[in-house]
Design a protein around this ligand. Sequence first.
Ligand code: DGY
Length: 328
Amino acid sequence: MPKVFVTRRPPESSVALLNDAFGPKNITVFPEDRPINQDELLASVTGADAILSMLTEPMNSEAFDAAGSQLKIVANMAVGYNNIDVHAATERGIVVSNTPDVLTECTADLTWALLLATCRRLSETERFLRSGKWASWSPTFMLGVDVYGKTLGIYGLGRIGKAVARRARAFNMKVLYHSRTQLAATEEAELGLTYVDFPTLLAESDILSPHCPLTDETHHIFNAETFKAMKDSAVFINTTRGPVVDEAALAAALHNGDIFAAGLDVFEAEPAVHPDLLTVDNIVLLPHIGSSTLETRAAMANLAAENIIAALKGNTPPSCVNPAVLEN
Ligand code: DGY
């Protein structure tokens, strides 16, 4: 029977799927509830036919070689897979899979929760109330910015970007987007979207939210120059990957008033947060919880398990990111 190594305990339903498929004695779950470190990973993957991985650990040639040539699949429990060296996996004939679709709506909901919390200064005002300093209603106290009727800018229009755009209709927003590829006119009309170039997206958005994957092209795409090109009243939201933003530049932009506020669910070097971000008031900071609901995390883990079961039984995994491997 094939052997599966799971790098951190996922929702139980996914372990049950693997147990049913291969027998519990062939499934090993890293026993501690923390990210596995590199030495532990290299020691644990030896002989594995499949690895169910988390976005917190780098899966690279060292890990693939430590596993051995029988390794058939690395199934990431995340839609993003920038932690995996897909090129090295493909060279070795290893399938890489992710968990798209099942987290789209949940992540779009969190993006909106963060957007509203940031525009209306919810963290800051709650901190103030808890501090016991609230003395009275005031006509000028902690004023936020309107959301309804504003212009939302989306950078990178994949599944999550589209789901965020759909929700903007309820807020009567104009939605601009910039993406590598422009949608067909029919889809743009259906979603109420207008394609613009990047400088226009920066200049015209009241609220800007990237939904692009992290690649060489998108690394630090939001930096000192781009924050300066945004409106002083702009709100910047990030629920995709931390390194698309130069955090030091964002902190400076907030301190200098180049933009009004920011809401972040992801960071450049998680779980570390740039110290300058911790000293600004007009920011909402969340610990990467975009997909963290009971239903969605179970669906993500189950999909990762299904990818493994398909690959090890010689079937096509439902969400393979390097399909060239399956053609050989
Ligand atoms: C993902 O799936 O890539 C998310 O960041 C996990 O929350």
